[in-house]
Design a protein around this ligand. Structure first.
Ligand code: BG6
Ligand code: MG
Length: 227
């Protein structure tokens, strides 16, 4: 028997749309101001991680990390967000990543509940820009949880709201922190990216264009003891 998941919880940045690239650009610019290079390798460690924690990781990566006060850290994080906000102001529904709109529609038609589980305080705004707000039953953003990814709270919060058990949920993520959060929540983790970063995922596809509802459901079903 094929088991259908009751809910699918999507990460936002890098899964529904390519705002992960805008986070990268904004951090890269801020890093340059501090004399710290933010390259793509370091950026993989920032994906899924909160704004302040990302800044702390960037600073810690410096050969000689500057000592900054809490107020200075907050000001730098705010500056990064101002730049990020400029970058996302021009997001439109055309920026929904390939395959996502179709997948959401197919899951919805099959009666699967849909949620967003994002670490971003800008999640609501980005969803509005994408005109996707109404596509989801529930949105978890950084304001709704105490513990960020890789803590499982983001995904558990969504499952609780949707009244489904964790093992009936699928999470979709492009970050190592996110895949860990999904699995620690006891859910089936779909990774979007490379095996180097997301090798732990239960199923891995290189990009959203390769996401396919039938394959996703089959893999979830086998994981959960079905056929
Ligand atoms: C996550 C991104 O979705 O949100 C991270 O993957 C980002 O890169 C985090 O740092 C927090 O986002 P924001 O918009 O609140 O700074
Ligand atoms: Mg992401």
């Amino acid at each position: 028997m094929i088991l259908l998941p009751q809910a699918v919880i999507f990460d936002l940045d890098g899964v529904l749309t390519d705002t992960a690239e805008y986070h990268y650009l904004a951090w890269r610019e801020l890093g340059a101001e501090l004399g710290i290079e933010v390259d793509r390798g370091l950026n993989e460690q920032l994906k899924g991680v909160s704004r302040l924690e990302s800044l702390e990781r960037i600073i810690a990566s410096a050969a000689q990390p500057p000592i900054l006060t809490e107020a200075e850290l907050a000001a730098l994080a705010a500056r990064k967000n101002t730049r990020y906000t400029e970058l996302i102001a021009s997001v439109t529904p055309e920026d929904i990543l390939p395959g996502i709109a179709e997948l959401l529609a197919e899951l919805r038609a099959a009666g699967v509940k849909l949620a967003v589980g994002s670490a971003s305080r800008n999640a609501g705004f980005v969803l509005e820009r994408l005109e996707l707000t109404g596509a989801f039953d529930y949105v978890v953003d950084a304001g709704k949880v105490k513990h960020g990814k890789p803590h499982p709270e983001t995904f558990l919060n969504a499952a609780e709201y949707l009244k489904v058990s964790a093992s009936e949920c699928v999470g979709v993520e492009d970050s190592a922190a996110g895949v860990e959060a999904i699995q620690r929540a006891g859910m089936f983790a779909v990774g979007i990216g490379s095996p180097e970063t997301l090798g732990q995922a239960d199923v891995l596809v290189p990009s959203t264009g390769q996401l396919n509802m039938n394959e996703l459901v089959s893999a979830y079903s086998r994981w959960n003891g079905g056929n």
